[in-house]
Design a protein around this ligand. Structure first.
Ligand code: 5GP
Ligand code: ZN
Length: 104
């Protein structure tokens, strides 16, 4: 998706403070943090939201959650605790329509 903000971050076209990444997943600091730690975890491939994640995306969803846990470890909040949130759709507060997990 050429006009998608998170696709551009995922491909490195737009810079971000990367926390971790692998071939499918990227985690980076949110530019408008709502907590002392606020990291976004995205698939590098464009998926609009949970609603559009099909049966073939289940492994990817697992990798996103595993990356969220790895982010918590890397940021030093694994023991103290954190939330993982996926805002979905307009009424769910989603503003960027490329699937992402918030780690807060
Ligand atoms: P949503 O509201 O869609 O669940 O979350 C989108 C998040 O993306 C917001 O927390 C917002 O602060 C963050 N965000 C928006 N634009 C940028 C950007 O250019 N870079 C980064 N790192 N985060 C962004
Ligand atoms: Zn995208």
């Amino acid at each position: 998706m050429s006009d998608c903000l998170f696709c551009k971050i995922g491909s490195g076209q737009i810079p971000a403070k990367v926390v971790l990444q692998d071939d499918e997943v990227l985690a980076f600091d949110d530019t408008n943090p709502q907590a002392p730690v606020h990291v976004l975890v995205i698939p590098k491939r464009h998926v609009v939201a949970l609603n559009e994640a099909g049966a073939g995306d289940q492994a990817l969803l697992g990798r996103l959650f595993a990356a969220a846990a790895a982010v918590a470890g890397k940021k030093g909040i694994a023991e103290s605790g954190y939330r993982v949130v996926a805002n979905t759709g307009r009424d769910g507060g989603q503003s960027v329509f490329h699937l992402h997990l918030h780690v807060l």
